[in-house]
Write a protein that binds this ligand. Structure first.
Ligand code: ADP
Length: 454
């Protein structure tokens, strides 16, 4: 039960921190893969080595055998001894090489060594085979002229004994090949690869030490994201909750405005409160829009419409606002091609751009110019003003959330710095583009483009 709980907790922890999988991968998979490849490589090398030695032995036995078979009557122990001496000089791994003759005396099989490489080990004369040799000799007898091999340990060294029986002369050719050298080379390679493995493990530990920091940062980043989300949620809930009391306040203000016998100073105060309530309403609207856009909750009902109607409405809505500031609002109402947008959101974009243009212009005016561009593919709507303009540096940040240009000209203008971010997001969601061209002190052009609908 405890183990089950611990395993579950372990899995849950990894699920919450998937970056740990990377750690596990580094610690387990890489060394395992390394060991597996090294082992596979060494086993292939060992097999190849054994094969090469086997071929050599086979060739040796064939050569001696063909001499024995071809020179039937003339094979003498001296000649065989010369061959053994010659061959062994060229083969350093050959540690035993002797020829045994089978002799039958009174129906009893005996053996005589008639030539030998190492007389100390296997002396000339009567021969009594040891267990390995005896077994091999019996097999060789049953398979004449076919070299048979068996490995055994001679003083801890791996050795190959090969025996071929030549029936025509009743002779056995025996060789002992020492594999000590090739085994030592392989062992050295194994040691080297374990050294490399140790190096890889040290490297992994160093990487992990670094990775631990990254995991910390990732956890911290996740927490920050959570806190940021909590903050966004709080702001959006607060904005939502402020809406209802504000509506009541604005209703009461409207009632107050209509009250008879109001002194001029009271009217002034009420008008100020009304302005502030309107500003607060815009701020709440902006905050709620930001939340909707961030959470993908803002719905867009994209339909093909001609923007002419909405632009006309905007002109009517803002003409008196511009006049109140002694600004000219210029707009030529012409037939326009259809674009695929959400009607309400498109209006919101235009309200924001024209509203800003009037807000940030002290004299001159605002012109709304429509144009078909890009070889008839797009409709461009340009809101051009002769206002305070935006510096090149500020233009780069203009569409960021909460960004407001801080200059002498803007310090008394109230705003949230959310309007352009919302506008840009809405334009993007309706597959359009937005850009700005501006010269500080001369004016700004905000340009939106939408694909003309077929
Ligand atoms: P707000 O107007 O509420 O501050 P916006 O996101 O609409 O927020 O605009 C961000 C900033 O961009 C503004 O504070 C202002 O400095 C600058 N800006 C926007 N429109 C214009 C304009 N037509 N001319 C000059 N500056 C502008």
């Amino acid at each position: 039960m405890i183990i089950k709980d611990a395993t579950k907790r372990g899995f849950d922890f990894i699920k919450e921190n998937p970056q740990l999988l990377y750690t596990l991968f580094l610690v387990v998979v890489i060394p395992l893969a390394f060991i597996f490849t090294s082992e596979a490589f060494l086993s292939i090398a060992k097999k190849q080595n054994d094969l090469a030695e086997q071929n050599k032995v086979g060739f040796l036995h064939d050569s001696v055998g063909s001499y024995i078979s071809s020179s039937e009557g003339t094979t003498t122990p001296e000649k065989l001894q010369t061959i053994i001496d010659d061959v062994s000089r060229k083969n350093s791994t050959l540690v035993g090489f002797y020829v045994i003759e089978g002799v039958r005396v009174d129906n009893v099989q005996t053996f005589n060594v008639i030539a030998t490489l190492n007389a100390n080990d296997v002396p000339l004369g009567v021969y009594t085979p040891d267990e390995t040799t005896d077994i091999l000799m019996r097999f060789a007898l049953a398979n004449p002229e076919y070299p048979l091999t068996r490995d055994y340990f001679k003083n801890t060294e791996r050795t190959w004994k090969t025996i071929t029986y030549f029936g025509s002369r009743n002779m056995y050719v025996v060789t002992d090949i020492s594999m000590a050298n090739s085994d030592a080379t392989l062992a050295k390679n194994i040691n080297n690869s374990y050294l490399v493995l140790l190096f890889v493990i040290i490297l992994i530990i160093l990487l992990l030490a670094r990775h631990a920091k990254i995991v910390d940062y990732a956890t911290l980043y996740k927490k920050l994201e959570e806190v940021d989300k909590m903050k966004d949620d709080f702001v959006s809930i607060a904005a939502h909750e402020l809406r209802s009391p504000l509506t009541v306040i604005r209703g009461r203000l409207d009632m107050l405005k209509d009250m008879p016998n109001m002194t001029e100073s009271s009217q002034h105060i009420i008008s100020n409160i009304d302005d502030s309530a309107k500003d607060l309403n815009v701020l709440i609207g902006d905050i709620l829009d930001v939340a909707r856009l961030q959470e993908g909750r803002m719905s867009f009902n994209l339909v093909n419409i001609s923007p002419k109607e909405i632009l006309d409405e905007i002109f009517d809505q803002f003409n008196h606002v511009a006049s109140a500031k002694n600004l000219k609002l210029i707009y030529q109402s012409i037939e326009l091609p259809y674009i695929n947008v959400d009607k309400t959101r498109f209006k919101q974009v235009m309200v924001n751009l024209v509203g800003n243009a009037i807000k940030y212009t002290k004299e001159g005016g605002v012109t709304v110019i429509t144009k078909i561009v890009d070889d008839g593919k797009n409709l461009e709507i340009r809101v051009s003003d002769t206002g305070i303009g935006v510096s090149a540096d500020a233009q780069k940040l203009l569409f960021s959330k909460f960004y407001r240009v801080k200059t002498e000209d803007t310090k008394n203008i109230i705003g949230t710095g959310l309007g352009l971010w919302i506008t840009a997001e809405i334009v993007k969601k309706m597959n359009g583009t937005i850009s700005v061209e501006s010269i500080e002190g001369k004016g700004s052009d905000f340009i939106i483009k939408f694909k003309i609908a077929n």
